[in-house]
Design a protein around this ligand. Structure first.
Ligand code: GTP
Ligand code: MG
Ligand code: NA
Length: 460
């Protein structure tokens, strides 16, 4: 069945990388905005989103004379935080996108959250390119505002070019250590696309390499994802974040990947206490080239077609779970069936315990962070079985659950990994009494590290 190339939806692209690599600044550079400077401490703490219409992409890539016409209507870019404690948001972003940009600071090379992002992208089999950012910081760099990279590179003196090559070679070596081949994007032959990571050098301050980055993203999507990007009527819509907002009560920010939403549609949303059945009161989007996170005027819509980022206002959304899919109840649909479908995402995660029932207990504040933690425990390098799962603070009942492992003669599994959640005083007391171990940390690495260290001493 041949895909209709005239009916493509916008690709969804996620931007990831270590803290301060320049993710938000790169988007500011394309938008001509100052979102980054207005973030508290210059740190991104929420998922952001921007829509870039095709005309803008055409304009920004003009100097590279794009040979084939742009067939996608635009590009949706999701900005994620690089700070280590936001793995749930990085995980959610990488899970949603068609393609990703991994941003690496040329002065710093690969850092812990770069490596973590590589793992997430590999786990989810998401194609990605690398933006090797901050090239303007090379000593002696001559600014070539918004120029394609090769043109800018050719204007640099020998020393700058040598410095660039030296740092590039080091970073290609770092990727190799992580098990990835990589090279400058224009040196990679078509057949190696996807096997070898394409590196695009950029500056988010003076814009060098931005045309290359945008064109590479769009061309890659159009070349390799036509089927996936062909618009479908079947609703596919995921909750990005649940937000309390003045006036509207709670709203949800969603990514509409396929299908149409209307004002007045009856929807079912996955909630902590069960399915939420409600009616869409208002649908709004930020203006094109504006960031979803920035409060300002939104565009209101009676109906809206994928792909888009949308703010939905409706009643009773307070306990909606980010990362789950929403459903529209059509005239012929059975509400009870849709309710079951909607709760499927939560059930899928909550059912992810080891079949033997033997394993540690894990507890996290949200479904998304729990999922990220489970993904990491499952990787071959870590490989820790999970017997019990919980969302929210650790209480006495959770300790009782972990205690069962003592009876199964799996003493080391009588453990709770508490990721970024509180442990009640009675839970601590009970754990002490029965010999259940509780490890607490606000990063996944630290938790896994603590537990592995305990296992090692326990073996002797
Ligand atoms: P988090 O979202 O907090 O993880 O950081 P980020 O990756 O979004 O980085 P951000 O855009 O906040 O940039 C971090 C700092 O680096 C800011 O001070 C930027 O001005 C600076 N910066 C980003 N890109 C460039 C660049 O290309 N060149 C130079 N010289 N500075 C840059
Ligand atoms: Mg940022
Ligand atoms: Na930052």
């Amino acid at each position: 069945q041949k895909a209709d190339s005239e009916n493509l939806r916008s690709p969804i692209c996620c931007i990831m990388g270590h803290v301060d690599a320049g993710k938000t600044k790169l988007l500011d550079c394309i938008r001509g905005t100052n979102v980054q400077e207005n973030e508290a401490g210059g740190i991104t703490q929420q998922i952001g989103a921007t829509y870039f219409p095709a005309e803008i992409l055409k304009d920004k890539t003009r100097e590279l004379k794009p040979d084939a016409a742009l067939k996608v209507p635009g590009l949706l870019i999701i900005d994620t935080p690089g700070h280590e404690s936001f793995i749930n948001l990085r995980s959610r972003g990488s899970g949603l996108c068609d393609i990703a940009i991994l941003v690496v600071d040329i002065m710093d090379g690969l850092k812990p959250q770069t490596v973590e992002s590589l793992k997430l992208l590999k786990m989810r089999k998401t194609p990605f390119i690398v933006a090797l950012n901050k090239v303007d910081r090379l000593y002696g760099w001559k600014t070539c505002q918004n120029a394609p990279f090769v043109k800018a590179k050719n204007q640099q003196c020998k020393d700058v070019q040598n410095e660039f090559n030296k740092r590039l070679t080091e970073i290609i070596g770092n990727f190799k250590e992580q098990g990835w081949n990589s090279d400058l994007y224009y040196k990679i032959k078509n057949k190696d696309m996807g096997e070898t990571i394409s590196i695009v050098p950029t500056s988010a301050i003076s814009g060098e390499g931005i045309p290359d980055m945008l064109l590479l993203l769009v061309k890659w999507c159009q070349k390799t994802m036509v089927d996936k990007l062909t618009y479908s009527e079947k609703l596919q819509c995921t909750v990005l974040e649940v937000k309390a907002s003045e006036g509207d009560g709670t709203t949800i920010d969603v990514v509409l990947v396929n299908g149409v939403l209307h004002e007045g549609d009856q929807i079912v949303v996955c909630g902590m206490q069960g399915p939420i059945v409600t009616t869409i009161r208002a649908l709004s989007t930020p203006h094109p080239m504006k960031e979803l996170r920035v409060k300002g005027t939104y565009l209101h819509h009676k109906e809206i077609k994928a792909a888009q980022f949308i703010k939905i206002a409706a009643q009773d959304l307070k306990h909606a779970i980010a990362g789950t899919n929403i459903f529209v109840v059509g005239p012929d649909d059975d509400l009870e069936v849709i309710k079951k479908l909607t709760m499927g995402d939560k059930k899928t995660v909550m059912d992810r315990t080891d079949k033997t029932g033997k394993g540690i207990c894990v507890q996290a504040p949200t479904l998304g962070s729990l999922e990220a933690l489970l993904d990491f425990l499952k990787t071959p390098e870590v490989n820790i079985p999970v017997g019990g799962i919980g969302i929210g603070p650790v209480h006495k009942k959770d300790v009782m659950k972990a205690r069962v492992m003592l009876e199964k003669k799996k003493k080391e599994y009588a453990t709770i990994l508490a990721f970024d959640v509180k442990v009640s005083p009675d839970a601590w007391e009970l754990a002490d009494k029965y010999g259940v171990r509780i490890f607490i940390a606000d990063t996944i690495y630290s938790l896994i590290h603590q537990f592995k260290a305990y296992l090692n001493t326990h073996k002797e």
